[in-house]
Design a protein around this ligand. Sequence first.
Ligand code: 5GP
Length: 184
Amino acid sequence: MSLYDDVARILIPEDVLQPRVRSLAEEINQVFTDQDFPLLVCILKGAFVFLADLTRHLTFRHEVDFMVISSYGSGTVSSGVVRILLDLERSIEGRHVLIVEDIVDTGRTLDYITRNLRTRHPASLRICTLLNKPSRREIDVPLHFVGFDIPDEFVIGYGLDFAEAYRNLPFIGVLKPEAIARER
Ligand code: 5GP
């Protein structure tokens, strides 16, 4: 029994995912210069794999920092409560900031993060998300770079978890209902 047996189907295979991460990086390369020296804010834990791949395709000087945000816990439905568990190391006042997120669902998490970061007076604030579920949106947040629009399904892999597992899968997949039921 392997964790691969819990995958009902692969939504985005690795050979589609990786070229898109590269082309997304090329879009971002058009926007920033070395002089901008932007700060990439990786939202943990889900975006760590995406950031690691993305950053290696970026050609301008940049810095990375991390925020840990509370999310679903072990379920598949958002609690709607957003909390910062770990904050940025330094001030972002006057800095160009690019938020790197794994997935935007209702938009509540990013709405909270962007409102919070704006109070710190960055020079600019943009959002890059690998995945977007437009049909689930409750709060409108401006997304500047989007990897893939996906349907309303709970996905795992490439950093995204279910009950802290499956982050290491190299593709975006959908879990079997039995795997979800096992945690309940
Ligand atoms: P939102 O606040 O937009 O509803 O949710 C954003 C957060 O919920 C994401 O950063 C992610 O942690 C989690 N999330 C939303 N949809 C999914 C999903 O399909 N799979 C996983 N693993 N996490 C999700």
